[in-house]
Design a protein around this ligand. Structure first.
Ligand SMILES: [Fe+2]
Length: 421
């Protein structure tokens, strides 16, 4: 606008065809001209052009221009309060210092406008018309202000704020999603793995170990975790060994018996295709099966001959006593305690202490009783020589279905067969 005004001023004003809102300026009377065809042309000074452009822009609801001065020739050019304040300020500071103008949000008829005003400088060309008002070249000669309705500005700002918020939410969402995926992969999955290993260990699967190749602190943790697990299992096993060594010290005739029985039991359990956790439990049961004998008096335990009725009854208490001993520690699972309790049950229900039958007897006991009986038959005792292997095998076969579970006997025979071969 300032450029347009300066240009029109340099031309000394312009002529425009009269009509549709363009009439002769009352401040420049007698300036209208007529051509040979009878068309009339009115003379426009820069301020008039500014007003016409402002009306034009306002019709498009764009903005409004106001040319103003503290000493207006035309009363409609009188300043608003904001414009007056700004013009006084400009005159105080001089043109160069106030070149940037001033701005404010002003209210008018209940509407709000963003208004900006900048000073106009008197140029040589202005003096053609304004000399009589006493202005000099280089001075400030009023100002040009522009008002933008805040409604449209607000809407525009609002629209960009909404898109800003949406963009922000989208970015947050993407960042959040990637973080949670990362967290899942880097932290949660390894932790879940450790948790799973711990649960397997607690249910007695001592073969469970953590394997993390994350290459960071979690991998170190898994390594420490495995070391700790091995340590706990080792100390558990050495406690079990100690217990069974205590029994062997009482009953020297059975030296090596426990070790052989547990070896047989393990081989049978594996031959039957049992899972690692059950095999481990059966081995523990085999090592500890006679632990209750610690409570049997020497006279009976070490008696070289056959036991009489009373002594037999006392001896039979050892399975229940074994369970009792293990009950004092929570390190021994209920399944293991039951395994100790039932290792003298017979497949046909004629064993003790409960006379359980067939598959009511825990599988571990059906295995241990075969292994136990076989080793007892083939080893020497002070009062009798051990039976030959073949005789013992014949005995197992003979008692399959009565004292022993036939499937277990079959598995054991396979084990012995492959051992012999
Ligand atoms: Fe026993």
């Amino acid at each position: 606008m300032v450029m347009t005004r300066a240009w029109i001023s340099d031309l000394g004003g312009i002529y425009v065809k009269r009509g549709s809102g363009v009439e002769e300026s009352p401040f420049l009377p007698g300036t209208t001209v007529r051509d040979v065809k009878g068309h009339e042309y009115v003379f426009l000074n820069p301020a008039y052009v500014s007003r016409l452009l402002s009306e034009y822009a306002e019709r498009q609801e764009l903005y409004r221009l106001h040319l103003t001065s503290l000493k207006p020739i035309n009363p409609i050019n009188a300043p608003t309060p904001f414009e007056e304040r700004s013009l006084r300020e400009f005159e105080k500071k001089g043109f160069e210092a106030s070149r940037e103008g001033a701005a404010a949000v002003v209210g008018e008829n209940g509407k709000r406008f963003y208004q900006r005003i900048r000073p106009l400088q008197v140029e040589k060309s202005c003096l053609n018309c304004h000399a009589k008002q006493g202005y000099k070249e280089g001075e400030i000669r009023g100002g040009l202000s522009v008002s933008i309705p805040m409604a449209s500005a607000d809407a525009r700002v609002g629209r960009s704020r909404i898109s800003l918020v949406l963009a922000g939410l989208a970015i947050l969402g993407i960042v959040g999603l990637s973080l949670s995926l990362l967290l899942r992969k880097v932290v949660l999955a390894p932790v879940a793995h450790l948790h799973q290993v711990a649960s397997r260990l607690m249910t007695g699967d001592y073969s469970a170990r953590a394997s993390l190749e994350t290459g960071d602190e979690l991998q170190d943790l898994a390594r420490a975790y495995n070391a700790m697990t091995s340590h706990i299992i080792d100390s558990y096993q050495s406690m079990v060994q100690t217990l069974s060594a205590a029994l062997e010290a009482r009953d020297p005739y059975t030296a090596g018996h426990v070790e052989r029985v547990s070896k047989y039991a393990k081989a049978i359990a594996e031959e039957l295709g049992l899972e690692g956790r059950l095999v481990h439990q059966i081995v523990m049961g085999a090592i500890l099966h006679d632990i209750g004998k610690i409570g049997v008096p020497d006279a009976i335990l070490r008696k070289p001959g056959a036991l009489d009725g009373d002594e037999k009854a006392q001896m039979r208490l050892h399975s229940a006593q074994g369970k009792e001993i293990l009950s004092s520690s929570s390190d021994f699972s209920p399944a293991l305690r039951d395994c100790i309790l039932h290792h003298h049950e017979h497949f046909d229900g004629r064993g003790y202490p409960y006379g359980l039958k067939g598959t009511d007897i825990p599988l571990g006991d059906r295995i241990i009783s075969v292994a136990d009986a076989f080793d007892a038959m083939v080893t020497d005792r002070p009062y009798r020589k051990g039976l030959p292997r073949e005789t013992a095998i014949a005995e197992l076969k003979e008692k399959a279905g009565r004292q022993f579970d036939p499937q277990v006997v079959a598995a054991f025979l396979k084990v012995l067969g492959s051992e012999a071969a």
